[in-house]
Design a protein around this ligand. Structure first.
Ligand code: ADE
Length: 231
């Protein structure tokens, strides 16, 4: 998969993209991630990319012209499945959306800043608008990192058996069950006996029940009829 990201702050991505699973996914060629600095498409002497909001009001708005020049140049080289804009008023990101995006070949991700981007960019170029939560970040960069991570880890081959996404919270419409590692007894806080029993069937049953219970307590809205509690 190829992911192009347009941002005013490409350096912000360096740490997030050069460690752990995102690093490995790129090294193995599963994800080709390219960062593009929007200022490179500014035609002004001082590389301006924002301007005052028509109608007044606080905050600057990202200008239509540099962004359109940037998107059109990128689109002339790559045919994108989606042009995604990160914005707090977008569709709330969830595992289903991450799964959908992970099946695509080419994604273009646009990070906004300041008070927002000129609405004409959204109208004419953006195909999906995504929010990572009902709160406002200072820009789309952190949201783009979260989205990219959620997508890339789902690309076949990126995770190995041990880190398989199949056991992730949300993947079955259930949160994950509790996990433990050695020692089996720490300050008298014991690991549940069943996990030490070696009985795979009982362990699987325990994990399922714990996952259902955790989901019932924390995200009851996720529970479909299949997982409905009987108590
Ligand atoms: N940009 C600013 N806040 C955001 C959010 N919550 N989600 C996505 N993009 C954003």
């Amino acid at each position: 998969m190829k992911i192009d990201i347009v941002t005013l702050f490409p350096e912000m991505f360096e740490g997030a993209f050069s460690h752990s699973i995102l690093k490995r996914a790129q090294a193995k060629g599963h994800a080709n991630i390219h960062l593009h600095n929007l200022r490179d498409w500014s035609s002004s002497k001082h590389k301006n990319v924002d301007d005052y909001s028509y109608g007044g009001g606080a905050g600057m708005v990202m200008m239509v012209e540099p962004m359109v020049r940037c998107i059109e140049e990128l689109q002339s080289k790559t045919s994108y499945d989606e042009v995604i804009f990160l914005t707090p008023d977008g569709e709330l990101l969830n595992q289903k959306i991450a799964n959908q995006f992970s099946t695509k070949q080419n994604l273009l991700i646009i990070c906004g800043h300041y008070k927002g981007i000129d609405e004409r960019i959204r109208t004419h170029f953006i195909t999906r608008e995504i929010s990572i939560g009902d709160y406002v970040l200072s820009g789309g960069e952190l949201a783009a990192m979260a989205l990219t991570d959620a997508i890339v880890r789902l690309i076949p081959g990126v995770l190995n058996d041990e880190t398989s996404a199949l056991s992730d919270s949300y993947q079955d419409n259930l949160l994950s069950p509790p996990v433990y590692t050695r020692p089996a007894d720490f300050r008298g806080w014991k690991v549940p006996d069943v996990l030490l029993s070696g009985n795979d069937k009982e362990i699987a049953q325990w994990r399922y029940e714990q996952a259902v219970e955790r989901t019932r307590q924390r995200r009851p809205g996720m529970l479909g009829v299949d997982h409905e509690s009987t108590d």
